[in-house]
Design a protein around this ligand. Structure first.
Ligand code: SF4
Length: 227
């Protein structure tokens, strides 16, 4: 019997899933211990590396820092369940990059259109602060995630750590590509990296990042997209 080839969308979806770490990834002892403590205290939470999420045929990949303990670490979907997702998902809607209504739950039916979201570090770190060894240990998963997005053109890095990890994952040289909000960098691969301050509670509440500033970073990403 002749088998039919899988649709391109399904192939792309499988490739992005293959780029995710295992549920019990052992590479970062400190984060494994924190994961186990969270599993004991909150057995109904996700408490595992958070998979990337979105459109497997994305032209844009948003790279955050790491899951928040009450956000993605609890719900299992990036930027879902805590403050950091509010501005991000509102801005994706503003730019026509999502369909449906964000309700801060993985089962809210929201779909991303042309966008994929992941983190430089997939496990929740204590106090939202991964150490350099953990950022380094998780980079292969970021590299694999970005490589699996065959239509990727632009990476939007949220914050300096996401910026640094994305530059390294994409083969760029950090001294030549410093982080700055709104900066647009051309990488050797032809991909474009756009920087934004992270849409964290601290940055948005203190005015370091306003909705207009965040929208400007998305405008730069849209402008960098090739037809
Ligand atoms: S942060 Fe990344 S490398 Fe470290 S344990 Fe989690 S998934 Fe593994």
């Amino acid at each position: 019997m002749k088998t039919q080839p899988l649709p391109a969308y399904v192939v792309a979806l499988v490739e992005t899933m293959n780029a995710d770490p295992p549920h019990d990834c052992p590479r970062c002892p400190r984060l494994v211990a924190y994961r186990q403590a969270n599993r004991a205290a909150h057995p109904d939470w996700w408490n595992a590396p958070v998979p990337g999420w979105g459109d497997p045929e994305a032209w844009l990949c948003v790279v955050g820092l790491a899951p928040g303990v009450m956000g993605a670490n609890r719900t299992g979907r990036p930027f879902t369940g805590d403050h950091a997702g509010l501005l991000l998902y509102a801005t994706l809607e503003q730019f026509g990059l999502s369909r449906g209504t964000f309700a801060a739950r993985p089962d809210d039916g929201l779909m991303l259109d042309g966008v994929f979201i992941t983190n430089a570090v997939r496990c929740v770190p204590p106090e939202n602060k991964p150490v350099p060894a953990e950022i380094h240990a998780c980079r292969p998963f970021l590299e694999a995630q970005l490589a699996a997005l065959s239509r990727l053109q632009v990476v939007l890095a949220l914050g300096a750590i996401a910026h640094q990890s994305a530059v390294k994952a994409l083969g760029g040289k950090l001294p030549k590509l410093p982080f700055a909000h709104g900066a647009v960098h051309r990488l050797p691969s032809g991909l474009v990296l756009v920087d934004s301050y992270h849409c964290s509670r601290y940055n948005t509440n203190t005015g370091k990042l306003t909705p207009a500033m965040f929208a400007a970073a998305f405008e730069a990403a849209v402008a960098a997209r090739r037809p």
